[in-house]
Design a protein around this ligand. Structure first.
Ligand code: DX5
Ligand code: ZN
Length: 215
């Protein structure tokens, strides 16, 4: 069953609690939080205090996508707060295996995110240690960008290897996801679809979530 993870980046931040309640009632499976530091990506969002406040009111799992340099400094804290999913970028961390273990020590589902230009083969050596992988289908930093189709092939390769080495691995795709590309993403082997502007840009969140599920 495909999971839909709305990205709060495109929500109305002045009315964040209302938006979270609305998106949960609309059938979202996971809340996707985009953390940007102005260095790894050319944009800033929010940090630990707001993540904590969101986690405290969330009724569905929370997924923290760290688009930051030195993600290691946040991992223990996110673990102590029982965040459900945390991913950091392969391009931003030298000691990937070590940091996955920090998250898993707290029972967090640990993931690696890959930019569009990073070959998927780069994480093959640690595939058995991952709970999920986040394949970026735009260059990270902003909502509302166009989907880059080269990710289909990456997802297919990854699913094939995961079937042998780590059948429980969840594949998440993030960036430019909409009702046009969702069916092919699902058939390529994606488990979690992140969508920001496609959902929050509409006045009917429930309908957009159902459109992504292809129902
Ligand atoms: C981009 C973020 C995404 C973004 C997706 O850097 O990681 O999660 O919010 O937004 P859309 O779906 O509008 O591309
Ligand atoms: Zn994201």
């Amino acid at each position: 069953m495909i999971k839909i993870a709305p990205s709060l980046l495109s929500a109305d931040f002045v009315r964040l609690e209302e938006e979270i309640n609305k998106i949960q009632n609309a059938g979202a499976d996971i809340l996707h939080l985009d953390i940007m530091d102005g260095h790894f990506v050319p944009n800033l969002t929010f940090g630990l205090p707001i993540i904590k406040q969101i986690k405290d009111i969330a009724q569905i799992p929370v997924d923290v996508h760290l688009m930051v340099n030195n993600p290691d400094v946040y991992l223990e804290t996110l673990g102590k707060w029982d965040i459900d999913y945390v991913s950091f970028h392969q391009e931003a961390e030298t000691h990937i295996h070590r940091q996955l273990k920090v998250l898993q020590k707290y029972g967090v589902k640990a993931g690696i995110a890959l930019n569009p230009a990073t070959p998927v083969e780069t994480i093959f050596p640690v595939i058995a240690d991952l709970d999920f992988i986040l394949i970026m289908s735009v260059n990270p930093g902003f909502g509302g960008q166009s989907f880059i189709p080269l990710v289909y092939e990456k997802i297919e390769k990854l699913r094939k290897l995961a079937n042998q080495e780590n059948p429980d691995l969840e594949i998440e795709v993030d960036g430019g996801v909409n009702n046009i590309n969702a069916p092919k993403l699902i058939s390529s082997g994606v488990d979690i679809l992140v969508a920001g502007s496609f959902i929050f840009g509409s006045d009917n969140y429930k309908k957009q979530i159902q459109n992504l599920r292809n129902k």
